[in-house]
Design a protein around this ligand. Structure first.
Ligand code: FO1
Length: 316
């Protein structure tokens, strides 16, 4: 009986595209997406989980194709009004998106866990795959710049990634417990592949890997670990990845990201634009079109990534 479970580690926009591709080529029960929660924050009295929501909207086909985050077909009456009142309008919350944050906040305050709320929202949006927060415990990514420590969304959105990043920290991560469903899946002996989606390694993937037990459980799963490079041709497809890598003193390249993941990876998918950097990469490299603009691109890259994992598994 071939192994069936695919466990995908994902942050926001880039990762969500591959997660959607995987969800379209796998039976719902075979895909578990581990969502980064290091970007979560409290804002306007609301508990906001950007990467969970970006994944959820993408998997439900509700995502805003222009930004990759938030919902499509949005209206902005709330933002207009709160701005007029002198409130904070730098973090753009559409009227439909706002309902999700209000309802999540109510449920969390009533004692539900983040994973319980996430599972019910996914069910209501018709999502079959499991989207599981990396932990139900609080983890917060913070950025140290020349002016001191900054909360992540303040750095990423309000300050538009302008501050120079000297260091990152994931507050609370050493005390965070990995979600039971993730550990159960990784320990099931039934994992076909662990996929590291093309999200920013620093802000989207490393918070997940930093949770005690997760990295070991991945290594112990017996499954090939395959990452898709978030860098194409030396420029981050989305977000501050390349800028952040340079500021943290790392080579802003597909090979640089592979080096950052170190011995975690068995396979690595890079774009044709980065094919000349292959020699520097330790993991087994597959060259593909990694720019995902269409649904077909998402599905194709998912097939290539799983194919690379299956080829590695057959060599074991
Ligand atoms: N990113 C922005 O650059 N500007 C925004 O105004 C913004 C609003 C927003 C609202 C809801 C949500 O779920 C995500 C949102 N994001 C916004 C994206 C978010 O900051 C990032 O995608 C992640 O935190 C980084 O992966």
């Amino acid at each position: 009986m071939s192994k069936r479970l695919v466990v995908a580690l994902s942050g926001g926009v880039g990762g969500a595209k591959l997660a959607l591709g995987l969800s379209r080529i796998l039976p719902a029960d075979d895909l578990l997406v581990v969502a980064n929660t290091g970007d979560d924050f409290e804002h306007l009295g609301l508990n906001i989980s950007p990467d969970i929501d970006t994944l959820t909207y993408a998997l439900a086909g509700l995502d805003n194709p222009a930004t990759g985050w938030g919902r499509r077909d949005e209206t902005w009456s709330f933002m207009d009004s709160i701005g007029a009142l002198g409130g904070e309008d730098w973090f753009r919350l559409g009227d439909r998106d706002l309902a999700l944050h209000v309802e999540r906040t109510r449920r969390l305050r009533s004692g539900q866990t983040l994973s319980e709320v996430t599972a019910d929202i996914c069910r209501r949006l018709g999502i079959g795959a499991r989207v599981v927060p990396m932990s139900d415990d609080r983890v917060r990514t913070r950025v140290r710049s020349e002016t001191g420590w900054i909360d992540f969304q303040d750095y990423f959105v309000r300050q538009q990634c302008r501050p120079v990043v000297h260091a990152l920290t994931f507050d609370g991560v050493t005390l965070a417990r990995p979600h039971d469903d993730i550990m159960a899946a990784l320990r099931s002996g039934d994992v076909r592949a662990v996929i590291v989606c093309p999200s920013n390694p620093f802000i989207s993937v490393e918070p997940i890997l930093a949770i005690p037990g997760i990295r070991e459980a991945i290594a112990g799963s017996g499954a090939p670990v395959v990452a898709v490079s978030p860098i194409i041709g030396g420029q981050a497809v989305k977000g501050p990845t390349a800028k952040m890598m340079r500021e943290l003193g790392l080579e802003a390249s597909a090979a640089g990201v592979a080096a950052r993941y170190g011995d975690l990876l068995d396979g690595y998918i890079i774009d044709h634009a980065d094919a000349d950097g292959v020699a520097a990469i330790g993991a087994r490299v597959t060259i593909a079109n990694t720019l995902m603009t269409s649904l077909e691109d998402r599905e194709m890259l998912a097939r290539v990534t799983l194919g690379a994992a299956d080829a590695l598994a057959s060599r074991r």
